[in-house]
Design a protein around this ligand. Structure first.
Ligand code: HEC
Length: 301
């Protein structure tokens, strides 16, 4: 099979295959890098959400004096000293409003908190989030799940129930009156510490394979590729082309053209096996010349 192809063709094939394999390895590396980059970005968003949530949770509630347009929801209210009202926003609500602002103003990424047993219809999980919650419930050690979906990278990490959450998610009889009034006694109660009952879900733009390929076409990669091409051409010239020349010379000598001149560096000055081969062929040629002279001379004499 290998004998059907000339050495230059074989060499070219091996070169091409090597380039393709290296490119494949490179693209595989870039691919895992692109997932890593998106994952880091999503995790950073999730960490911010967690931090914000725990800030609100530590304060119990954020109280605002004015309900901004589009942000009319609140869990509790209290009169303020000047006859106005303070409106209380609990962690989940404050997080939902943060998500609304973030999505509105920086459409690049979006996040939200959702649950398999949601109180607020807007918080209902989609297929990816539902599956993520089930995965976290089945495997307590799973740190996150991720998926590519229509040009977007999706990421979810579990929200664990803590003691402080049970006030509003444990027994309804412990719950603040406002929670019961607003959401009823059925939804999102009866949870236990350590349970996964929700996720922080983050969407960031996916780095597409096209972006990866485009990033390959940068001046540095192209220059390196050009250098490897030049090195290969030099190698072809110094080895393959000389091998072809030697083959032709040897064939000419075998056909009786003893005047054929072999160009090579003397083996005493060269470690190149081709020079040694040239030299050996040259010695054979000389032997032939001497032999022919003797045979010819014998006839004459
Ligand atoms: C002060 C009461 C209160 C506390 C404490 C509380 N939650 Fe909630 N939680 C709520 C309310 C009310 C909602 C519905 C919020 C909305 O309107 O989006 C909610 C919503 C959620 C949701 C979103 C899904 C849904 O039901 O719409 C998750 C997940 C959640 N809470 C988890 C937790 C966790 C985990 C903790 C503890 C770290 C916690 N909550 C503490 C009252 C509370």
């Amino acid at each position: 099979m290998g004998r059907r192809f000339s050495i230059p063709l074989k060499f070219f094939g091996v070169f091409l295959l090597t380039i393709l394999l290296v490119a494949g390895a490179f693209i595989a590396t870039l691919n895992s890098l692109r997932i890593q980059v998106s994952r880091n970005e999503a995790r950073a968003v999730a960490d911010q959400v967690t931090a914000f949530r725990s800030w609100v949770a530590q304060s119990g509630m954020v109280w605002v004096q004015k309900l901004a347009p589009g942000f009319h929801d609140f869990l509790d209210e209290q009169p303020d000293a000047s006859g106005g009202t303070f409106y209380g926003k609990n962690p989940a609500l404050a997080t939902r409003e943060l998500a609304m602002i973030a999505t509105r103003e920086a459409a690049r990424t979006s996040f939200r908190v959702t649950s398999d047993n949601w109180r607020k219809e807007e918080n209902a999980p989609d297929a990816f989030e539902k599956a993520a919650i089930v995965s976290f419930q089945q495997d307590k050690n799973l740190p996150f799940v991720e998926k590519y979906e229509e040009g977007k990278y999706r990421y979810a990490q579990p929200l664990l129930m803590e003691q402080a959450c049970l006030q509003c998610h444990g027994d309804p009889k412990d719950a603040p009156k406002m929670v019961l009034e607003k959401y009823g006694r059925e939804k999102a109660f009866g949870y236990k510490v350590g349970q996964v009952r929700g996720v922080i879900s983050v969407i960031v733009p996916a780095i597409g394979i096209n972006d990866v390929l485009k990033s390959l076409a940068n001046p540095y990669s192209l220059a390196l590729l050009a250098i490897s091409l030049v090195l290969n051409i030099l190698f072809i010239r110094s080895v393959v082309v000389r091998l072809i020349e030697l083959t032709r010379n040897a064939e000419a000598i075998a056909a009786g053209k003893l005047e054929t001149v072999l160009n090579y560096t003397n083996p005493s000055e060269s470690n190149d096996e081709l020079d040694h081969l040239y030299h050996a062929v040259n010695l054979l040629k000389r032997s032939l010349v001497i032999l022919f002279k003797r045979v010819g001379g014998g006839k004459q004499g």
